[in-house]
Design a protein around this ligand. Sequence first.
Ligand code: IVH
Length: 669
Amino acid sequence: MRTVPRSVREEARRLREEIEEHNRLYYDEAAPAISDDEFDRLLERLIALEREHPEIRTPDSPTLRVGGAPSDKFETVVHSVPMLSLDNTYSPEELVEFDARTRKLLRAESLDYAVEFKLDGVAVALSYRESVLARGATRGDGSAGDDITANLRTLRSIPLRLRGDPVDLEVRGEVYLRFTDLEKMNERQEEIGGRSFANPRNAAAGSLKLLDPAEVAKRPLRFLAYQIVSPLALGVRTQLEAIETLRAFGFARTEGASLCRGIDAVVRRCEEMSEERHRLPYGTDGVVVKVNDLSLHVRLGATSKSPRWGIAYKFPAEKKTTVIRRIVLQVGRTGAVTPVAEVDPVRLAGTVVRRATLHNEEEIRRLDARVGDRVWIEKSGEIIPRILGVEPGERKGDEEPFRFPDACPVCGEPLERAEGEVVVRCENPSCPAQVRRRIVHYASRDAMDIEGLGIKVVEQLADSGLLAEIPDLYRLQKEALVPLERFGEKSAENLLRAIEESKSRPLDRFLFAVGIRHVGRTTARAIALRFQTIEKTMRAGEDELAAVGDVGPVVARSALHFFESAKGRLLVEDLLAAGVRPAPVEGPAKETSALRGKKIVLTGTLASLTREEARERIEAAGGKAVASVSAKTDLVVAGDSPGSKKTKAEALGVRVIGEKEFLSMLEEK
Ligand code: IVH
């Protein structure tokens, strides 16, 4: 092996440090010390040295930020602890209720809270091993996401190596863009014929999904850390300490975070922050309120969706006026017909709004909304903008009241309105609008996740006669796609690969995708966890279905009806015949488990479990099975004839439990 001259190693080490320090000054302190050109020269020098002497490359080299080799697809990462989401509140009263609930659970008089801005971006998890960034993943469905390490390494605000002594650590935070960066990025996208993004969150999500890290490196993404997973193991006891610790590790400063003693202080601070947010260079959609004492997080645990230690306070929605130019009818996948107003474009909460929902016929009548009217619209969070009311006194007098048609605007069949319902439906299941929406739903991210199959492509394929029902997807041929407009060899191959990959999606996604009435994502997951295979699910009786948690009698009947109906049965059989094989789903580690985040050592023989089984159960409950006892060990499980580990644990004051207690902790929720 060639030896690398010491001077080269030294120079490379110095360059790495210098470059990372300049990164930090630029992204963290917003105080660059050198020009961009000078920075590029340092980086180029390091790239040249590493190219000449590949041995000197390190896993934390800033040259990795330029972007590695493109990949075909992302690997799946199962999260060590599920990535949940927070419950939302919209008023001070709801915050007070949250506080009362939390204090009751903890039997506390008053609680200290940490409040932070809620960044409007994309959540990611970063794992550091011995302080070096080892893996970065998206949230995905909360229990597993995509491995996007190569993409995340390109973000200069993500440290590739943490400052301080080596640690193993998982950090969670938000990838986001500044408003000005989004504008610049959109300009560039337009120049190169790419699509521009409506808001910073979409831009962040779209960029992180790119398969070529070199492309991601060109996007102005940033990262802010807001959570340390298992903070207690590091001796971090409060959320404010966690924020300080993250900063000491080299993450950017979180703006506006503060300690509030008692809920009244929280409410006051939320009001201040809803003003302060207008001065921030990035989008925020609320405040996150967290119990400051992290040991209480363990005690409070979580529901299946969200932790009990925190809540999001959403800022009141922004409102603006604009003019209705047209009212069009949209037919959804279930046949529901929704009137939508096309309006003069207005910028609202960081996006340009062109359409706003009018919900239904009654709502139009209630608002008396007419084409030509000036109206107030609002946008809150994810929800599409809605029309709040007509601005009085601006009518010219020639505006006509809207007449709801009697026939479906797409298939011409008569529209029906069921007794006591406000929704008008097109009852023709073969209505092209419904069929197309059903296919889009089937392919959507939360369902079978077929990338590149949005409404535009579905309409194009349907118009070309290639797609009449969902199973046709699996019969598409490359030769038929290539000649179509906007398609080429590469995009046809990509689409067919995405379709092929969807064949082995887990059962819960499949059950959600086929569109069983009342079966949403959570219910689909509960059913899939219980029955594991599509065959067993189809054989299940009403009582068996109704006995699944999250499934009530209405849902059970609806699922049964679906599988008994010719339409439902044929769809599933057709998909299975086309090669779709829904995979069984694994239950996630419960965030509420008593073993969550604990380092556990096993010693001696257990009567009911093998060593391997015990280890698996610990990991499934969110704990970590470690080999040797140290002061950092949380628990030692001692079976029959335990060895020296038990003695050592006792000497160190580490808690030792027997098999029975261990088993009951595994069951605990
Ligand atoms: S704490 C259980 N802190 O908001 C998740 N989240 O629904 C606890 N977010 O998915 C997250 N800013 O993507 C936390 N300062 C902040 C945040 C924040 C934005 C996002 C995050 C999460 C969602 C909550």
